[in-house]
Design a protein around this ligand. Structure first.
Ligand SMILES: C[S@@+](CC[C@H](N)C(=O)[O-])C[C@H]1O[C@@H](n2cnc3c(N)ncnc32)[C@H](O)[C@@H]1O
Length: 168
């Protein structure tokens, strides 16, 4: 499963690198130890990546990783609850999240907060393990008058898809 997690970070970073606008800001929601943020920044030297996570210990590792990789000038982190984001509205060009959604205790508040920080029309991509319930995200999105598209994501050599992506 660890290999699959590494593979999903690479796959998601490829997806983000292909989609983010030039010079844009990507928000990594529930960034953990900053693996995805570093993968994205390494693929696209024009992008800034900002990670947010609830846990100080996770962010400490993420900051250290970015510094060691020489990315600290454009890969930054904040300790915060996604439901109460201390970021300016309409500033992120793309919001991405991996393997965090199944931990979210207040999905409607988080989906609302993530949409507020996105520029109008910017994509919100939530990747999680395939079996993570997506009903709360769908309901929160529908309540805001949007729809959620779900696709399965196969990574590496695994013959079956272990992850899903919700486009919100
Ligand atoms: C399984 S880890 C995944 C970390 C990272 N995204 C990755 O793919 O390696 C889930 C992360 O989500 C964070 N998280 C869960 N709920 C959160 C919330 N409400 N606000 C911010 N971070 C949250 C946890 O602290 C944890 O670091």
């Amino acid at each position: 499963m660890i290999a699959a997690t590494v593979d999903v970070h690479r796959r998601v970073a490829d997806d983000v690198a292909a989609a983010a606008p030039s010079g844009g800001l990507v928000l990594d929601a529930g960034c953990g130890t900053g693996l995805l943020a570093a993968e994205i920044a390494q693929r696209r030297p024009d992008l800034r990546v900002h990670g947010v996570d609830l846990e100080q210990a996770m962010v400490d590792v993420a900051v250290d990783r970015a510094e060691r990789a020489g990315l600290a000038d454009r890969v930054t982190f904040t300790v915060a609850d996604l439901a109460d984001l201390p970021l300016p509205a309409a500033t992120a060009d793309l919001v991405v999240s991996t393997a965090s959604m199944h931990h979210w205790t207040d999905v409607p508040a988080i989906v609302t907060a993530l949409h507020q920080v996105l520029r109008p029309g910017g994509p919100l991509w939530i990747y999680d393990i395939r079996w993570a319930p997506s009903g709360a995200v769908r309901a929160a999105t529908a309540a805001a008058g949007r729809r959620t598209a779900r696709t399965l994501v196969r990574t590496g050599a695994f013959p079956v898809a272990l992850f899903q992506r919700l486009v919100v």
